[in-house]
Design a protein around this ligand. Structure first.
Ligand code: DGY
Length: 324
């Protein structure tokens, strides 16, 4: 690199990563640490060689309506990139990279956390205790369901889906059934004692717990709708650590309040950080504020992965994690 490329970091990052970036690049950080607006992006696209967005940055067609952008690379801090309009970046010839692998373990850990909290009614118990309503141990109090030996349905068998299968199968003896848009190699399925079904409709009736690990975006909006929820066994659980729009909130709330579903755990929400009121009133729902990758180690590793992608790109190579 002969000159230092100008890069924009759209949110505050772990200090060690901000420092590493500053060694190699001319960095501007959005110190307000609030999501940038479309107009701010349009302005940034004309000034920075690379922008380092996150899931909170809506780089939709409108934000990307600029002529001759200076920006050549969007190096996303995160694995999901459905907040970036693929057609618009292609039209501008802008490259997009993400941060796979480094967050798979932590995201799967959080999906396990939600599954166990929901099955063991931990959210309800915590709320009862804090409200001062616990009257003491009794044999029929907040009795949940065992997950060991049950069937886990996984939608999307990429790195995070497989990390979930690893934990659930080898740690909890769960039977794994997966649905994925392409065929999974038999040796990969065998690692988790898993079987792949042909369609989501085939998966729904088989599982005691459904865990979502597929991409978000328009093509997967309301993949889990009322019709599909009705195919699930009575008392089944739904866990979403993927993207909020994959689940129809109203249909989920209805399935919970009617008693058809035994519970649900959500780490992601359509339109987050706003949470639909229909969800807030559901007792058998555990909700977390998008914490999937939120460990010190992982957030640093994600930043270092963005750094590596920037170095690749500005040294004339394809970024190692190029997705568009
Ligand atoms: C991811 O990496 O996709 C997380 O959800 C944060 O964007």
């Amino acid at each position: 690199m002969t000159h230092k490329p100008k890069v924009l970091v759209t949110r505050r990052w772990p200090a060690a990563v901000e420092a590493r970036l500053a060694d190699r690049f001319e960095v501007q950080v959005n110190k307000t640490d609030t999501p940038m607006t479309g107009a701010e992006f349009q302005e940034a696209l004309s000034r920075f060689d690379a922008i380092l967005p996150t899931v909170t940055d809506k780089l939709d067609a409108e934000a990307l309506t600029v002529s001759n952008p200076q920006t050549r690379l969007l190096a996303n801090y995160g694995v999901g990139f459905s907040h970036i309009d693929a057609d618009a970046v292609r039209a501008h010839g802008i490259t997009v990279s993400n941060t796979p692998d480094v967050l798979s373990d932590c995201t799967a850990d959080l999906a396990m956390t939600l599954m166990l909290m929901v099955a063991r009614r931990a959210g309800e118990g915590e709320r009862e205790l804090r409200a001062g309503n616990w009257t003491g141990w009794r044999p029929t109090h907040l009795v949940g369901s065992k997950v060991s030996g049950k069937t886990l349905g996984i939608v999307g068998f990429g790195r995070i889906g497989q990390a979930m299968a690893q934990r659930a199968h080898h740690g909890f003896g769960m039977t794994i059934v997966v649905q994925n848009r392409s065929a999974i190699a038999q040796d990969v399925l065998d690692r988790y004692g898993a079987t792949q079904v042909a369609s989501l409709d085939d998966l729904m009736p088989q599982c005691d717990v459904l865990s979502l690990h597929c991409p978000g975006g328009d093509s997967n909006r309301h993949l889990i709708d009322g019709r599909r929820l009705a195919l699930m066994k009575p008392g089944a659980f739904v866990i979403n650590t993927a993207r909020g729009e994959v689940v129809d909130d109203h249909a989920l709330a209805q399935a919970l309040t009617s008693g058809h579903l035994g519970g649900a755990g959500l780490d992601v929400f359509d339109g987050e950080p706003n949470i639909g009121p229909v969800l807030l009133s559901c007792d058998k729902l555990v909700m977390l504020p998008h914490l999937g990758s939120a460990t010190r180690e992982t957030r640093e590793a994600m930043g270092m992965r963005v750094f590596d992608n920037l170095v690749d790109f500005f040294e004339g190579r394809a970024p190692r994690d190029k997705v568009l």
